[in-house]
Design a protein around this ligand. Structure first.
Ligand SMILES: *Cc1c(COP(=O)(O)O)cnc(C)c1O
Length: 620
């Protein structure tokens, strides 16, 4: 199969419900199947709801009530939902979701499996096991060794990542108490700087001591947590890391943000210097988070450089755990895998994209990926754990997050067995609940992700093509917005873009030509946000919708200054305001990679922006 065989237009309902008939056909069929399935279980059992029941006055009244409530529900949904299906919506990480995912969810919801345990959901538990292995393959983890599962969202996956890191890093301290012979002669510093694989090998060598070791690790003994050291994140971190450090007991004060460079990627030189500085003070580094697709900028940290730092420091006896937060960008690794799931050689990338129709325009294949982005995605396979959100770039309906681990043995560090749902040692797919934070969870989510993965393989012939459409759309938008200007009365208003996209996000500001007052630029950009959101602009009938964010000193330090400067402000302005307001377009639409469609919609977006500017300047 080649990417050329795949037509994305067959996989979405469409902005105008163009695929309504197909969707309706499958929806009905899946419901019919379910309804027959109910009847076929013991056909000798007689119906309980009889025709006489259905003629009962209260039955009829109750049915009317049901209809009224559903009507009201539909009214609320239609009047108070965001029109993310339209290419006029260029804001939050929200867009069309895949038909296989929606239909898979709907069908499985009727069967209502609970994936906490195999016995309550054999079908959907098997699907989740398969999806977890898909994730492991996507990340380049070794076949049969890597593993993953679905969870509620990226925040939970990040929490679980830190949970793994904390428990594993504390196991050597537990060994010192429980099995001292395993770590004979090692100093506390050495115990706190052991590579994950070495720890897992040691644990595996004493299977009958596993429970004791777990008891005495950080999960059983809070006092060990304070020895583990720092957890590094880039300044662009998602705020879930603070929640995670809080709950895991590490404390938010042990989360340190590393400065980002002008491309909003973690500065790995600063990282390395800081880890050395701490080591000199005797403070270990528990782990480093690299972000692949930052929430506000879509920036891709140089994961390969983080791995280089790790490997370099390992030679000096300093070790840290690596978690890749690819909640947003994780699915994009598919664009780098060929049809046999091999990471495509650098010199074959462009050719492969053109052969598979990943990009329509050769110019996009010239512009993306940058060398750094290529090597960053490649190096994800070196991390211990990865967060990936199907409900973001997987085009799956909420709520679907995921976590992937490099080595299945890591699971032992976080496992709990509730005897009422699991028999320890049971060897069937996924005693899932034993190995994750959550308990009961929808089998429907697993079915949804499974159906999408089976329709679109996680390589360049499937998801890669969908991701490619989104990246091409982002480059179209970046080229369109970058430096674009509007005349408003006698004033010229210019759009400034933040960075050339590492992925598929375009951040931008509006500034009056010649203005050097940062507060004024922030105000204008914020006014545009108000008009281009439901705050002032209305919701469903708004002509153009976007989202906004602030880059402010408490999170970002002075990292945004170079951008602010490029918009015409000096340092004094930055020091005075300490924040820049930007608008943010996550370009998820699978349709605006196409030049004709893009141009058709941009004409309308330009008119909408002009109209909004006129309103802001009160020239309506
Ligand atoms: C969205 C996001 C998260 C959190 O994911 P949720 O699914 O919203 O909980 C974490 N990290 C990054 C980089 C994200 O973009």
């Amino acid at each position: 199969m080649s990417g050329q065989d795949l037509n994305l237009k067959a996989l979405f309902l469409g902005p105008k419900s163009e695929n309504k008939d197909v969707f309706g056909k499958h929806l009905t069929r899946l419901f019919e199947d379910h309804s027959e399935w109910r009847k076929n279980y013991h056909p000798e059992d007689m119906p309980i709801i009889k025709n006489t029941d259905k003629r009962d006055e209260n039955f009829l009244g109750t049915s009317d009530k049901l209809e009224e409530v559903l009507t009201e529900l539909s009214v609320k949904l239609r009047s108070k939902s965001l029109p993310w299906h339209s290419p006029r919506f260029l804001g939050h990480m929200n867009s069309e979701t895949l038909m296989p995912a929606l239909l898979g969810y709907f069908a499985a919801m009727l069967y209502n499996g609970n994936n906490v345990a195999y016995e309550s959901s054999p079908g959907t538990s098997e699907m989740e096991e398969e999806v977890g292995l898909d994730f492991a393959k996507l990340m380049g983890y070794e076949d049969g060794i890597g593993w993953g599962h679905i969870c509620a969202d990226g925040s939970i996956a990040n929490l679980e990542g830190l949970w793994y890191a904390r428990n594993i890093a504390s196991l050597p301290l537990a060994m010192k108490e429980v099995t001292p012979e395993l770590v004979e002669g090692k100093t506390e510093w050495e115990l706190l700087n052991m590579p994950t694989k070495e720890i897992l090998d040691l644990v595996e060598s004493v299977p009958d001591k596993l429970d004791d070791l777990k008891e005495n690790s950080a999960r059983g003994c809070g006092k060990k947590i304070e020895k583990l050291g720092k957890w590094f994140v880039p300044q662009t971190k998602h705020y879930s890391w603070l929640k995670a450090a809080d709950i895991i007991g590490l404390g938010t004060e042990n989360v340190e943000a590393v400065k980002v460079n002008e491309q909003y990627r973690m500065d790995t030189e600063v990282l390395e210097a800081r880890i050395r500085e701490l080591a000199a003070e005797g403070i270990p580094t528990l782990g480093v988070v690299g972000v692949v697709g930052s929430t506000e900028e879509g920036a891709v940290d140089d994961i390969h450089k983080i791995i280089e730092v790790r490997d370099r420091l390992a030679k000096e006896g300093i070790h840290f755990y690596v978690h890749v937060d690819a909640a947003y960008g994780g699915y994009a690794r598919a664009i780098f895998l060929d049809e046999n799931f091999k990471f495509i050689e650098k010199d074959q990338v462009k050719k492969t994209y053109l052969e598979n129709g990943v990009f329509e325009n050769e110019a996009t294949a010239d512009a993306w990926p940058s060398d750094d982005t290529y090597y960053a995605f490649k190096a994800i396979s070196e991390a211990e754990t990865v967060t990936i959100d199907p409900h973001k770039m997987g085009y799956i309906p909420y709520s679907a997050g995921g976590i992937v681990i490099k080595d299945t043995r890591m699971r032992d560090s976080i496992s709990y067995f509730a005897t009422y749902v699991f028999e320890k040692g049971m060897d069937i797919p996924a005693l899932l609940g034993a190995f994750m934070l959550e308990g009961s969870k929808a089998g429907a989510t697993a079915a949804s992700v499974w159906a999408a993965h089976r329709t679109l393989p996680l390589n360049v012939t499937g998801y890669g093509k969908l991701i490619g459409a989104s990246i091409e759309g982002a480059f179209n938008l970046y080229n369109h917005f970058n430096g674009k200007s509007f005349m408003v009365g006698d004033k010229k208003v210019v759009m400034h873009t933040l960075i050339r996209p590492d992925f598929n996000m375009v951040d931008y500001t509006f500034n009056e030509e010649g203005n050097t007052d940062l507060a004024k630029m922030n105000h204008l950009t914020h006014r545009m946000y108000e008009e281009a959101s439901f705050v002032h602009g209305g919701l469903y009938d708004n002509d153009f919708i976007t989202s906004h964010t602030d880059f402010a000193v408490p999170d970002y330090g002075d990292s945004p200054f170079p951008f602010v400067k490029s918009c015409g402000m000096d340092r004094a302005q930055w020091d005075k305001e300490e924040k820049v307001t930007v608008l943010r377009a996550c370009v998820l639409s699978p349709f605006i990679g196409n030049t004709a469609t893009f141009n058709e919609y941009m004409e309308k977006v330009d008119v909408a922006i002009q109209k909004k500017l006129n309103k802001i300047y009160d020239l309506r």
